[in-house]
Design a protein around this ligand. Structure first.
Ligand code: ADP
Ligand code: MG
Length: 386
């Protein structure tokens, strides 16, 4: 769907639900991360790109302090909340993400009030493609405009992350939100999660005869279930033992001498984070050299590190990677936090259909539900579309 068509559809939805015209329509995309997984909360590096799939949000400011929320993917009901009464833990279900953004803006001392919001998102939920960040960032950019806040893109990402951490109770890093607000079409985003500096890295897959498949295993992850928090705590403990602000500050060359000083349970965590940061740098170098096909082996190497060291893979993501590579993918890895979700596979354009079929057949043979197949095309970040 074109942005104009998406905007018109969501405007019409807004009119049906809220009985008036919205002030505007905003879109914020989901993302895949090419490489650099579980590095953001270690102040490290990542290389995400925005998807064409996006959360589209129509909004109209209200002066009576009410926040009225409706999602085309929800249960048909409109949730009405009093902005002055928003408190972490006090908002049910999906509405905690948009309510959390409004709360986070007010926590920063910004004079924001209510709004009517209508959401229609094409980002699959719980698939590791960041539907939650897309939703948060759509609300953040819409509020930035209708309340004239003048926040920068990294500031909007921080607000959205704070909403997810402190309001929705999910201890995610900042990569998903930075990707959703800062990506540009035709580029991957080289992100420094400490400084929030970004660099747009040209990513011309088509021009090199390549496609990037997204294989959604349909295994739902739940980042709030404690495993993610435990990994994050392990990394922080390791950095503390090493006297470092974060694992980002450990250079690859120091790794062998450092690992022998750590308790055995922390060794694989540290090894993943340090080697993964190095893989991001290598990936950026290859892209700068005009060799996107060289990402392939880095993806597969990164997956092995997530599977064997970080242990966030699962049988479905492992099988998708294995089957894709066996069928001719140049490389593949799980993307997102893990414990399910999606796998990306870099494939020669002519092999895309056969790789997708091979993964689907392997899933059927293993008795897994059929994966959903999408294509990742580097797309624009959050913006007003109507
Ligand atoms: P991911 O971000 O990988 O898709 P999360 O578990 O972080 O997975 O976020 C998914 C949650 O985000 C959903 O369970 C729901 O609460 C919320 N969400 C995302 N998109 C929508 C939508 N279109 N309508 C309502 N809720 C949504
Ligand atoms: Mg999420």
């Amino acid at each position: 769907m074109t942005p104009a068509a998406a905007s018109a559809a969501v405007r019409a939805g807004f009119r049906r639900v809220h009985g008036s015209d919205p002030e505007g329509v905003w879109a914020a995309p989901g993302r895949v991360n090419l490489i650099g997984e579980h590095t953001d909360y270690n102040d490290g590096f990542a290389l995400p790109m925005a998807l064409p799939q996006a959360a589209v949000l129509a909004a109209r400011r209200r002066e009576d302090g009410l926040l009225r929320l409706h999602s085309a993917q929800g249960d048909g009901r409109t949730t009405e909340l009093r902005v002055a009464g928003l408190a972490p833990g006090g908002t049910p279900g999906w509405t905690r993400y948009p309510a959390g953004v409004v709360w986070a803006l007010r926590e920063r001392g910004l004079p924001v009030g209510g709004a009517d919001l209508h959401l229609d998102s094409s980002v699959p939920t719980g698939a590791g493609l960041s539907s939650s960040a897309a939703l948060e960032c759509a609300v953040a950019v819409a509020y930035n405009d209708v309340y004239g806040l003048g926040l920068s893109r990294p500031e909007l990402a921080r607000v959205a992350q704070y909403a997810e951490n402190a309001y929705a109770g999910v201890p995610c890093g900042v990569m998903d939100q930075m990707a959703s607000v800062c990506c540009t079409g035709g580029h991957a985003l080289h992100l420094d999660s400490r400084s929030l500096e970004v660099r747009q890295v040209p990513l011309d897959l088509t021009g090199h005869g390549l496609r990037l498949l997204v294989l959604d295993t349909r295994v739902k992850h739940d980042l709030a279930d404690g495993a993610y928090a435990a990994l994050r705590a392990g990394c922080e403990r390791a950095a503390g033992l090493l006297g470092l602000p974060a694992l980002r500050d450990l250079a690859g060359a120091e790794l062998p001498a450092t690992l022998v000083r750590l308790p055995a349970d922390l060794v694989p965590l540290v090894r993943h984070v340090v080697t993964e940061n190095a893989r991001v740098e290598r990936a950026v170098e290859r892209l700068a050299a005009g060799e996107p096909e060289a990402l392939g082996p880095l993806l597969t190497e990164g997956h092995a590190s997530l599977r064997d060291d970080y242990r966030v893979s699962c049988p479905e993501t492992d099988l998708a990677v294995e089957a894709a590579v066996a069928a001719g993918a140049l490389g593949a890895r799980m993307t997102g936090g893990g414990f399910g979700g999606s796998v990306i596979a870099l494939v020669p354009a002519g092999d895309a259909a056969s790789v997708a079929r091979a993964v689907t057949d392997a899933f059927a043979a293993a008795g897994f539900a059929a994966p959903a197949v999408l294509e990742a095309v580097p797309s624009p970040g959050a913006r007003r579309i109507g």
